[in-house]
Design a protein around this ligand. Structure first.
Ligand SMILES: [Zn+2]
Length: 105
């Protein structure tokens, strides 16, 4: 696995694991807030939106960690080109290179 000038896989894995932990903790707080709205000073819509976002992030991060385990991390899922290290540094769970990135909602 060669990543051009970017961070090493070990660094990225660590970043992903940190992010996974943060999102999981977030989800715990949000789940508690769901039964006690106001405990984090957010309205139910915001709590629901943040819960969806946190779950989505956890899915993406978990998938990225599996790709590291499988040895296919850092390659675009569409064109199979290596994803530039600079991009992975900003978005460690990136599945696609910039040209292949589907438009977000
Ligand atoms: Zn691509």
């Amino acid at each position: 696995m060669d990543i051009d000038t970017g961070p090493s896989i070990a660094t990225l894995r660590q970043t992903l694991q940190t992010q996974l932990r943060q999102h999981s903790e977030n989800l715990t707080v949000l789940a508690a807030a769901d039964t006690d709205p106001g405990s984090i000073g957010e309205d139910p819509h915001t709590i629901a939106a943040r819960t969806v976002a946190a779950r989505h992030a956890i899915e993406e991060i978990t998938a990225a960690l599996s790709r590291i385990t499988a040895g296919v991390y850092g390659r675009c899922e569409r064109c199979t080109d290596p994803i530039p290290g600079a991009r992975l540094e900003i978005l460690p769970h990136a599945r696609f290179c910039v040209p292949c990135q589907p438009r977000e909602r």
